[in-house]
Ligand binder design. Structure first.
Ligand SMILES: *Cc1c(COP(=O)(O)O)cnc(C)c1O
Length: 360
């Protein structure tokens, strides 16, 4: 068996330890004689799995008691709709558009009310984060929306926008658990887990309790109301049970690693290896304004489409998978989530050095 270094943006690399444990428990979960996949979501054993997953996530992120943690389905895309359907009481919301995902969320919100694009970095292919210290926040805005880490473009908000007292909603799909965050600064944090946590099929929503109300847009389906899931501890209907179980294992792995302070240090060290090389390389270049660089997604180019294609082909042959940039931007992108070991990045840089020499 040979595992590759998987730089996929998502679904993405998982900790090997977690995969091995899951494999060991595949046929007989802790003496139950069945796989977690075969287990009733109403059973005692499953109740323990989902409760522990929530408790561990709360501990890792230091989530206050007045926030609910929900494990839902439908991916980040479903949140693009659920957020306005549940929060747009005045039918007004302000969006900061820093990439494709924020753009989609903005377009979706426009189906339900007046979505205002109050800042964007589209003028420079989303290669930076706009200054958000004094934006024209709408007086009657129900919330201000950001995509905190832009998976495709490799930018990250290092300071949160000044929302002038409005509720902040953040799509953290590709940066959740990469470093500590102050949950109290947000009304809603959500994340599709297939980037930095677990297998596709689960989206985690962390929502302040006062935002969970019956006062939702008319016609909002039962399944798309936060209240439905909050009132039933994410067990209103059958949850993505196996996915949540794997997420729970990843939370335990993160706790064992030392928690989010330690992950932050590791991630900074890991990203630095690649960014330092990009800064000194004569062939490869990072595409993002330095101060806005993501720790999780690192896009880069050679400046020649031909050399980019050659690099992607040769890197794949050398055991580095999924380095091709998003189809909308081209070039390369290395996603270096929590589960990517530093050796993976060091070996990638070695390979890039060699490629640079050979193609000088
Ligand atoms: C991947 C991604 C999405 C889309 O996620 P789906 O689960 O496919 O809907 C949205 N936002 C961000 C930041 C992402 O990285």
């Amino acid at each position: 068996m040979a595992r590759v270094y998987n730089f996929s943006a998502g679904p993405a690399v998982l900790p090997e330890e977690v995969l091995k444990e899951a494999a060991e428990e595949m046929l007989d979960y802790k003496g139950t004689g069945m796989s977690v996949m075969e287990m009733s979501h109403r059973s005692k054993d499953y109740e323990t799995i989902i409760k522990e997953a929530e408790a561990d996530l709360r501990e890792l992120m230091n989530i206050p008691d007045n926030y609910k943690v929900l494990f839902l389905q439908g991916g980040a895309h479903q949140q693009f709709a659920m957020v306005p359907m549940n929060l747009m009481k005045n039918k007004v919301a302000d969006y900061i558009v820093t990439g494709q995902w924020a753009k989609r969320a903005f377009a979706e919100a426009s189906l339900f009310g007046k979505a205002n694009k109050i800042a964007t970095s589209e003028d420079e292919t989303f290669s930076y984060i706009p200054d958000c210290s004094d934006l024209p926040i709408s007086e009657d805005a129900d919330y201000v929306y950001i995509c905190e880490n832009n998976t495709i473009y490799g930018t990250k908000f290092k300071t949160l926008p000044n929302t002038k007292g409005k509720v902040l909603v953040s799509d953290m799909s590709s940066c959740i658990l990469s470093e500590p965050v102050d949950v109290t600064k947000y009304g809603i944090i959500y994340a599709g887990v297939q980037k930095n946590i677990g297998p596709a099929g689960v989206v985690i929503v962390i929502i302040r309790e006062d935002l969970i109300t019956e006062d939702v847009l008319p016609g909002t389906p039962t399944m798309l109301r936060y209240k439905t899931h909050a009132d039933n501890d994410s067990l209103y209907n059958t949850p993505p049970a196996y996915g949540i179980y794997i997420c729970g294992k990843v939370f335990k792995w993160l706790k064992k690693m030392g928690g989010l302070e330690v992950m932050k240090e590791r991630n900074e060290k890991k990203a630095k290896v690649l960014y330092d090389f990009l800064d000194e390389s004569k062939l490869f270049k990072g595409t993002v304004r330095k101060e806005d660089r993501s720790l999780m997604n690192v896009p880069f180019v050679t400046g020649s489409d031909e050399l980019d294609a050659k690099f992607i082909k040769e890197s794949k042959a050398a055991g580095f998978e999924n380095l091709k940039g998003h189809r909308s931007v081209g070039g390369m992108r290395a996603s270096i989530y929590n589960a990517m070991p530093i050796e993976g990045v060091e070996k990638l840089v070695e390979f890039m050095k060699k490629f640079e020499e050979e193609n000088a």
